[in-house]
Design a protein around this ligand. Structure first.
Ligand code: F6P
Length: 319
């Protein structure tokens, strides 16, 4: 293993920089030439890359975003774009490639693996939507940001006796809503994995009001509907003034939580070690408190299991 390429792709996530640092420093520690590719697969096919040294990853462990920048490349999905990417890998004598990202990024890695490029994936997405792993880097940082925002919203909604629908990210996965809703003490959590009845949400709100509650927080996953629609329905059905707060991109930025930095450091080091050991076409994950690696085809064929136990817990505690 003489040369390894590294890229970040798809939506950025806090902890990506800590993973870049770990990959680059583990590579250099093992006398490997480390190439940082800019803007994901787009940069790969354009040959937009540079050597990285230990100093180039200094002072980034805490920073959100990705110093390598990110992109969602349509060109890479074309035959011609893919061919260009393979050519760049060849020209730079890359013996392996490490990709940081989520599902879309791993699909690209799978294609490259099938074309014979030894590829390792590190799961980085705030959505926590990859089925083979309990955890994706960036998730808890995003949840912490959402919980902090929910606390602020709770203060003002209590002052005014309003109800607020807080819409969080997560694409088709309800994990950010579930964890932020549970930690933020939301009265209702609406996620795409569980059918909900807006009538029951409203009945709960009114029952709380009758008991003297001054606020009512609904945490809504973006994949479960529109915050604006839900807020309008709640207001129409209950007569209680209902606001909506879409948290949006504040969840994707900001300093990475310490757990994310540690996961990123562990997985980054392991990714390089796997390539040195001659392993290829694998993705890293976290299962039962252990860092694991799995064949990329197997990992991508698994179905995500929603945490019903946590959902039930949140329901019981919000009566
Ligand atoms: O995958 C991370 C994520 O932030 C999702 O939660 C969200 O649906 C999506 O990316 C937004 O993507 P983009 O920034 O490309 O619009």
């Amino acid at each position: 293993m003489k040369t390894i390429g590294l890229l970040t792709s798809g939506g950025d996530a806090p902890g990506m920089n800590a993973a870049i640092r770990a990959v680059v420093r583990t590579g250099i520690y093992n006398n490997i030439r480390m190439l940082g590719i800019r803007e994901g697969y787009q940069g790969l096919l354009e040959g937009d890359l540079d050597d990285m040294d230990t100093a180039s990853v200094g002072d980034i462990i805490q920073r959100g975003g990705t110093i390598l920048r990110s992109a969602r490349s349509d060109e890479f999905m074309t035959k011609e774009g893919f061919r260009k990417a393979l050519n760049v890998i060849d020209v730079y004598n890359m013996d392996g490639l490490i990709v940081l990202g989520g599902d879309g990024t791993f699909r690209g890695a799978q294609e490259l693996s099938q074309a014979g490029v030894p590829t390792i994936g590190i799961p980085c997405t705030i959505d926590n939507d990859l089925s083979y792993t309990d955890y994706t880097i960036g998730f808890i940082s995003a949840v912490d940001t959402a919980v902090d925002a929910i606390g602020h919203i709770r203060d003002t909604s209590t002052s005014h006796g309003r109800s607020v629908v807080v819409e969080v990210m997560g694409r088709n996965c309800g994990d950010i809503a579930l964890y932020a809703g549970l930690a933020g003490g939301a009265e209702s959590i609406l996620v795409p994995e569980v059918d909900y009845d807006i009538e029951l949400v409203c009945q709960k709100l009114l029952a709380g009001k009758n008991r003297g509650k001054q606020h009512y927080l609904v945490v809504l996953a973006e994949g479960a509907g529109s915050g604006v629609d839900i807020a309008r329905q709640i207001e129409d059905k209950t007569g209680i003034e209902t606001k909506v707060s879409v948290l949006g991109y504040i969840q994707r930025g900001g300093a990475a939580a310490s757990f994310d930095r540690i996961m990123a450091s562990r997985m980054g080091k392991r990714a390089v070690e796997l390539l040195i050991e001659g392993k290829k076409n694998r993705v890293l994950g976290f299962k039962c408190n252990e860092i694991i690696d799995m064949d990329i085809d197997e990992a991508l064929s698994m179905k995500k299991v929603f945490n019903e136990e946590l959902y039930d817990l949140a329901s019981v505690l919000s009566i």
